[in-house]
Design a protein around this ligand. Structure first.
Ligand code: ATP
Ligand code: MG
Length: 586
C-alpha cells in the first residue's frame, strides 16, 4: 500500500512555482490585477485571439515559437507568434471576403494541424463564434452539432469532407461556405460547392483589424462529452481569456520558456482551452501532435521534444500503464517537470505510477465544459493526496451544497454534496444552446451547481465521489462509484473497472462491477470470487460489489470517459440513449 500523501519541498522544484498556496496568497489574489496582463483592443474591447497571438506578435516575443507541429515521420515545423498572427489575419480576411459577419458560427472539423489553429484564431478575430469538432466523429454527430449550432461556415479537409460531410450537406441549409484544404499539404482541392482554403489564403491580405468584440461577446461553442446524456452545446465568451491565462499560470505552472504538450484534441474543451489558448496567452511553445495514441511515439515526443509540462487524461495514462513500465523506462524525460490530468477521476494507482515510472507524480485537476477552465487542482508546489482532485484555484470559490426546496444548504467538511462554484468567473459558460431553462436550473442565487458529488477533507482537499447520476444508494448509504473502482483497480489483475447501481427491492440498489483484465490474466470463477472478496475486504460488505462481470472492454466516450450510464442501460434492458459520442460501438 502507498502512503496517503506525496510531499514536496520548494527546494526540489526545478523552477520557482507561479503559485505557492497560502492564506495570504489567496487573499492577495485579484482578477483585476491578473487582468492587467491582457492589453485589450485599441477600441477598448477584448478579443481572445488578439490576446493569445497578436499581443505577442507586437512585442519582443514575436519570433518565439508558438507552435511546433510534429509530423508522423518525426519531422517538425515551427510557427512563431508573428507568423501565426499574420496567417490568422489572412484567414479572417478570407472569411470577410466571403461576406461572413461577426456572430456567424464557424465550425472547424480538422485534424491537429496549422489549418485548425488558423481557423479558430482567424474566426475569433472576425468575431465569429467558433466550434471545433472532433474529427473522428461520424456524419451523424457532425450533422447534429452543425444543425444545433446553425453553422454557416465549415473548415475541413478534403478527405474529411468526402467521408463525413458530403452526404449530409443537403440537410444543412444554414451552411453557406465550406473551406477545404488538402490533407497532405498540397494545394489542389476540387469538389463542387466548396472553396479552396489555401488559394484564398494566398490571395488574402496580411493585415486585419480585429473586430471590436468585448469580454461578453460569444466566442466559442463547445459540446460536452455526452457521458450522461445527449451532448449539450455550451457557449463561452471572449472574456474566458482571463481564466485561461490565470489557470495556465497557476494550475499548469506555465513559464515562458516551457515546451508544453496538451495531448487532448481541440474537439473537446480541454484541447481548446489548454491546447490552444492557455499556452498562447502565456507565450509558451506548444507541441502539436495529431496522430492516434501510440505509447512508444508518445514517449518519444516527451523525450525528443524535451517537453517540460504535459497535460493529459486518465484514459491516456491508463493506456501507458498498460503498455508497461519497461517501455517508459527506456526513455529519459530529462526536462519534464510537471504532469497534469483531467477529464475523469484519476486513480491513486495512476498518480503513483507517474511518480515511480516517469519520475513525477500526476497532478489531477477538475473542471467541466461549463466552467471553461480549471477550477480545482493539485498545483506544482502542493503536497498531493493521490485520489483527490486538489484545492480550488485562486479566484475560485467552491462550496459543497445540498439543493433543498427552501434553497441551498451548505455542508461542512467530510459531507458529500453537490460541488458548487460562486459565479461569475471569466470563463463561466453563458448558455446551453437552445436550452435556456436547463441553463437557468444550474444556478441557485450566486452559485453554479456542477452536478458532481464531492467531499472536502479537513485540509481543504476535494475528493470526487461521482456524478450525481452515477452515485449509488444502497441500504441508506451513498456509494461513489470511483471509490469502488479504485479499490478494484488496486488488484493486480484489473486493467479497468466500472460500477453501477442495480435496483434491489430490499436495499434500494446494489453495486455491480464490470471489470476488464490486464494482459496475461484470464477470467475465471476463482478470479471472480477473489475480486469480490478483495472488494469486501477493502470496502466492507455494504459498499463492495455484490455482482461482478468480466468484459473485454468498457464503453467510453470518444474523449475517453467511462460511460456508466450505458452499462446500466444494458444491464437493465433500457434504451441506450444518445451514443453519438461513444468511442466505438461495442
Ligand atoms: P455530459 O455533460 O455530456 O454528460 P461530461 O460531463 O463528461 O459530459 P465534460 O464537460 O467534458 O462532459 O466533462 C466534465 C465532467 O468530467 C465533470 O463534470 C466530471 O464529472 C468529470 N471530470 C472532469 N475532471 C475530473 C476529475 N479530475 N475527477 C473526476 N471527475 C472529473
Ligand atoms: Mg457534464
Amino acid at each position: 500500500m502507498h502512503p496517503p500523501i506525496i510531499k514536496k519541498t520548494l527546494a526540489h522544484l526545478p523552477l520557482a512555482p507561479n503559485w505557492v498556496d497560502s492564506v495570504q496568497a489567496r487573499e492577495a489574489f485579484s482578477w483585476q490585477v491578473e487582468a492587467s496582463a491582457l492589453v485589450g483592443l485599441p477600441g477598448g474591447g477584448l478579443n481572445l485571439a488578439y490576446e493569445a497571438v497578436d499581443r505577442h506578435a507586437q512585442s519582443a516575443h514575436r519570433w518565439h515559437t508558438a507552435l511546433r507541429m510534429l509530423d508522423r515521420n518525426g519531422g517538425s515545423c515551427d510557427i512563431s507568434y508573428a507568423q501565426l498572427s499574420i496567417q490568422s489575419n489572412r484567414f479572417a480576411n478570407v472569411l470577410k471576403q466571403l461576406g461572413v459577419v461577426p456572430g456567424e458560427r464557424l465550425f472547424v472539423l480538422c485534424a491537429r494541424g496549422l489549418e485548425l489553429y488558423l481557423g479558430v484564431l482567424g474566426g475569433l478575430k472576425l468575431g465569429c463564434v467558433v466550434s471545433p469538432l472532433f474529427c473522428a466523429f461520424g456524419p451523424e454527430p457532425i450533422e447534429t452539432r452543425l444543425r444545433l449550432g446553425e453553422g454557416s461556415v465549415l473548415l475541413t479537409s478534403e478527405t474529411l469532407y468526402r467521408r463525413k460531410v458530403a452526404a449530409i450537406r443537403e440537410r444543412l441549409p444554414a451552411l453557406k461556405h465550406v473551406l477545404l484544404y488538402d490533407d497532405n499539404g498540397g494545394d489542389t482541392v476540387c469538389i463542387d460547392g466548396t472553396l479552396n482554403l489555401h488559394q484564398l489564403l494566398m490571395q488574402a491580405e496580411e493585415a486585419f483589424t480585429v473586430v471590436n468584440t468585448t469580454a461578453d461577446s460569444p466566442a466559442l461553442l463547445h459540446f460536452t462529452s455526452g457521458t450522461t446524456g445527449t451532448p449539450k452545446g455550451v457557449l463561452h465568451v471572449h472574456g474566458a481569456a482571463l481564466t485561461h491565462l490565470v489557470t495556465g499560470k497557476y494550475a499548469l505552472d506555465l513559464h515562458p520558456d516551457d515546451v508544453y504538450w496538451c495531448s487532448a484534441d481541440p474537439g473537446w474543451v480541454t484541447g481548446t482551452s489548454y491546447g490552444i489558448f492557455a499556452p498562447l496567452l502565456l507565450g509558451v511553445t506548444s507541441v502539436v501532435e495529431g496522430n492516434e495514441f501510440d505509447a512508444e511515439r508518445w514517449y518519444r515526443i516527451l523525450e525528443g521534444q524535451q517537453v517540460t509540462v504535459w497535460y493529459t487524461a486518465p484514459t491516456a495514462i491508463r493506456l501507458l500503464m498498460k503498455a508497461g513500465a519497461a517501455l517508459a523506462r527506456s526513455h529519459r524525460f530529462a526536462r519534464l517537470r510537471f504532469i497534469a490530468s483531467v477529464g475523469e477521476p484519476l486513480n491513486p494507482e495512476a498518480v503513483w505510477w507517474g511518480q515511480e515510472v516517469l519520475g513525477l507524480p500526476i497532478h489531477d485537476n477538475w473542471w467541466q465544459t461549463e466552467t471553461g477552465g480549471i477550477m480545482i487542482a493539485n498545483t506544482v508546489a502542493m503536497p498531493i493526496k493521490p485520489g483527490s482532485m486538489g484545492k480550488p484555484l485562486p479566484g475560485v470559490e467552491a462550496a459543497i451544497v445540498a439543493r433543498e426546496e427552501k434553497g441551498l444548504v451548505f455542508l461542512g467538511d467530510n459531507k458529500v454534496g453537490d460541488l458548487a462554484l460562486k459565479q461569475p468567473w471569466p470563463a463561466m459558460f453563458r448558455a446551453y444552446l437552445g436550452q435556456e431553462q436547463r441553463y437557468r436550473q444550474c444556478f441557485v442565487g450566486e452559485w453554479y451547481l456542477s452536478g458532481d458529488l464531492v467531499r472536502r477533507d479537513a485540509d481543504g482537499y476535494y475528493w470526487f465521489i461521482g456524478r450525481s447520476d452515477d452515485v449509488i444508494k444502497s441500504a441508506g448509504h451513498l456509494i461513489g462509484p470511483f471509490e469502488v473502482e479504485n479499490s478494484l483497480m488496486e488488484h493486480p489483475a484489473v486493467a479497468e473497472a466500472a460500477v453501477i447501481g442495480k435496483p434491489d427491492p430490499m436495499l434500494g440498489e446494489t453495486v455491480k462491477a464490470f471489470v476488464s483484465l490486464k494482459r496475461g490474466f484470464i477470467a475465471s470463477q476463482a478470479l471472480h470470487d477473489e475480486l469480490l472478496g478483495h472488494g469486501r475486504k477493502r470496502l466492507g460488505a455494504v459498499v463492495a460489489p455484490k455482482e461482478l462481470e468480466f468484459v473485454q472492454a468498457l464503453p467510453h466516450t470518444r474523449s475517453g470517459k467511462l460511460m456508466r450510464r450505458l452499462l446500466k442501460a444494458r444491464e437493465l434492458g433500457l434504451p441506450e440513449g444518445d451514443t453519438s459520442s461513444m468511442e466505438s460501438p461495442s
